[in-house]
Design a protein around this ligand. Structure first.
Ligand SMILES: [Zn+2]
Length: 321
């Protein structure tokens, strides 16, 4: 199986954690070392993982940085036959006195749109609410993002420390998202919080990020399968953050066997030092070089994409492989 050549879809990829080293150096105006941007094998926790976002985030504080970041991001992913990308970022982490939330989203949209023309990669933007921000701040972001729904923005997400700020604190935000017709995915159960996985189902999430904790509850797994909720797994990242420590613990096969729509994603291309090709090869090698599994995972991604046209598009692409 030639995984390099496969048409690819990535549904869970953070813009800040995926800025290329070249762009970061250009924006900062100085060289930076690899270990300032990428976690090592010895990464101990999610906290250590999150420290690597400090420098890239500095590059996303003005419209030029945001647009260039988005454009060069697509330029990079196009090299591995990416057909569709759902890129996510938190607008409020770039907004400040001189840059409104709307200007932030507009700048990223502009970069993505220009790149779409040049590199033929379709895209959707997922705006991230932050767990450490107040509900009011997040509601403000949502109200702003609403204007771009269907015009670049495709969905809402909630990111940040799951244990310190549980999903139930953000019910109001997701009720509002539902009311205005903004679909959502939620980072849930990344490092063991089952309660957040339960809450995501109740709130009506179309997908969840990571979902490792879901393996603790077979009944809930069944409910996820029946509801057709997508689970965006990010293998390299899941090992680095110590969400799992061995492949025996990794619940991918369990989820697939339960009928859950699992997809494979990158999470953070630069921080995790990965690509979609690397992620898929990893799964291919770990799960008995099972070609059917790889194709099923890609189909799941197409089926759970927020852009409904992707399913058809992917069927056509797959036939050409
Ligand atoms: Zn993530």
């Amino acid at each position: 199986m030639n995984i390099e050549q496969l048409p690819k879809i990535d549904l869970h990829c953070h813009l800040d954690g995926s800025l290329t080293k070249a762009v970061i150096e250009r924006r900062l105006g100085r060289p930076v070392s690899e270990d300032m941007l990428t976690v090592s094998e010895e990464c101990r926790s999610l906290t250590e993982y999150l420290e690597k976002f400090d420098l890239p985030l500095k590059c996303l504080q003005d419209a030029e940085g945001l647009e260039e970041g988005a454009y060069t991001f697509v330029q990079e992913i196009a090299k591995e036959n990416m057909k569709y990308i759902e890129v996510r970022f938190a607008p409020m982490l770039s907004a400040h006195e001189h840059l409104s939330c709307g200007e932030v989203i507009e700048a990223v949209r502009k970069g993505m749109e220009r790149a779409k023309e040049d590199f033929k990669v379709r895209y959707g933007i997922i705006v991230c609410a932050m767990r450490n921000h107040t509900v009011e701040q997040n509601m403000e972001m949502l109200a702003c993002a609403k204007q771009y729904l269907g015009k670049g923005v495709c969905a809402l997400d909630l990111a940040g420390d799951e244990s310190a700020f549980p999903t139930k604190n953000f019910r109001k935000l997701f009720w509002e998202a539902k009311r205005i017709g903004m679909p959502f995915t939620i980072h849930s159960g990344e490092t063991g919080n089952l309660e957040n996985v339960r809450e995501a189902l109740e709130l009506g999430a179309r997908r969840i990020g990571h979902g490792i904790a879901l393996k603790q509850d077979p009944e809930l797994m069944k409910a996820y399968a029946e509801a057709g909720i997508g689970v965006e797994m990010c293998p390299t990242s899941n090992f680095q953050t110590k969400a799992v420590r061995t492949w025996e613990e990794y619940p991918l096969r369990q989820f697939v066997d339960a009928g859950i729509k699992v997809s494979i994603n990158t999470d953070n291309r630069t921080v995790s030092s990965t690509t979609m090709t690397k992620e898929l090869i990893k799964i291919y090698e770990q799960y008995g070089r099972d070609e059917e599994l790889i194709l099923a995972l890609l189909c799941n991604a197409a089926e759970t994409a927020f852009d409904p046209e992707i399913k058809e598009l992917f069927k056509r692409e797959k036939k050409e492989v």
